[in-house]
Design a protein around this ligand. Structure first.
Ligand SMILES: NC(=O)c1ccc[n+]([C@@H]2O[C@H](COP(=O)([O-])OP(=O)(O)OC[C@H]3O[C@@H](n4cnc5c(N)ncnc54)[C@H](OP(=O)(O)O)[C@@H]3O)[C@@H](O)[C@H]2O)c1
Length: 289
């Protein structure tokens, strides 16, 4: 039976993997988070992986607070990069496959067509830099798949969609930037895509192709569009007002365009990806309003 170790599993993606796992039989999932497996602890990581002997590791652990990362570079680098190297080292030479999650923030946003896996990364902020270093650390292992995703949200955890819904209930209007464009990703869709990849390899004997991949929902929007659709879908009476990034108080630079081209993952693993609007509707039904 394939053993799948999930790190950082109390977060958005980890929780969605727990949900998705309920529909997949014949796998042994080991769900961990910092209290059971702190991936920044090299010795603990090696020991845990050696004892569990997984065939697959899905690394969902991360430091995702983009603004905080500017002030706490050391922590961002430790969790998003050094810890990934700890995992790579622990499985070096072993047949274990690592699925590591990265971010659209490795790009600078200067493009005007979707970024593919060959596009040059040039992060604008510490979070993006730490994620780019993490990708390199993951790819040191020959059996690693790095999936860059963008604008992740879920009914679990803290995210833009949930924040807009709760603030939307308390305010008559909200100002949201409309000059940053990307593609939202419902973590449940990403979780199902990851398990589809694994089961394609384990059950259907598809070849496993290591390397970089991009995954988000289909379609493109601004944060403004996403907020507007979220309140509308939830039936919340709140005006969403478009503003420029320069009028939103933050010193952290973010890419103004971070749409990911998903052709490679769709063609390699025969994935069908839902449009962001339909997935947003599904997620909102799961959120206690
Ligand atoms: N969120 C987004 O918008 C977004 C966008 C693009 C890419 N991504 C990437 O997608 C992946 C999944 O993100 P997510 O939103 O599901 O993350 P998340 O909700 O922040 O969950 C991350 C989990 O990792 C845990 N963790 C932190 N340090 C750890 C350590 N040293 N050892 C083990 N676990 C640790 C966290 O615990 P604590 O909560 O206690 O710290 C948390 O439970 C990440 O790689 C992220 O960078 C996210």
């Amino acid at each position: 039976m394939a053993i799948i170790l999930v790190t950082g599993s109390n977060g958005q993606l980890g929780n969605e993997l727990k949900e998705a796992a309920k529909n997949y039989y014949g796998y042994q999932f080991i769900f961990t988070d910092i209290d059971t497996l702190d991936i920044t602890d090299k010795a603990q990581t090696e020991k845990f992986i050696s004892n569990a002997d997984p065939g697959w590791i899905i690394n969902c652990a991360a430091f995702n607070l983009v603004d905080k990362a500017e002030k706490d570079q050391e922590k961002a680098m430790q969790i998003n990069s050094v810890a990934v190297k700890n995992i790579s080292d622990a499985i070096s030479g072993k047949p274990c496959r690592l699925i590591h999650i990265s971010s659209d923030y490795v790009f600078d946003g200067n493009a005007n067509v979707p970024y593919n896996e060959g596009s040059v990364a040039n992060p604008l902020n510490i979070y993006g830099k730490s994620k780019l270093e993490g990708e390199k650390a993951a790819l040191l292992h020959f059996g690693s798949m790095v999936i860059r995703t963008s604008w992740l949200y879920s009914s679990f955890g803290v995210n833009f969609v949930k924040t807009i819904l709760s603030k939307g209930k308390e305010n008559k209007s909200l100002r949201v930037v409309f000059d940053q464009v990307g593609s939202p990703t419902y973590a449940a869709d990403l979780a199902n895509a990851i398990i589809t990849v694994i089961s394609g390899v384990v059950r259907n004997k598809l070849a496993f192709y290591a390397g970089l991949y991009h995954y988000s929902n289909e379609g493109v929007c601004s944060w403004y569009d996403l907020a507007k659709e979220a309140v509308q879908e939830a039936g919340i009476d709140c005006d969403i007002i478009p503003i420029l990034s320069q009028d939103y108080h933050t010193e952290t630079r973010r890419p103004s365009y971070s749409v990911l081209d998903k052709t490679k993952i769709k063609e390699t693993y025969y994935l069908e990806i839902p449009h962001w609007r339909s997935s947003l509707g599904k997620c909102i039904k799961q959120i206690n309003l």
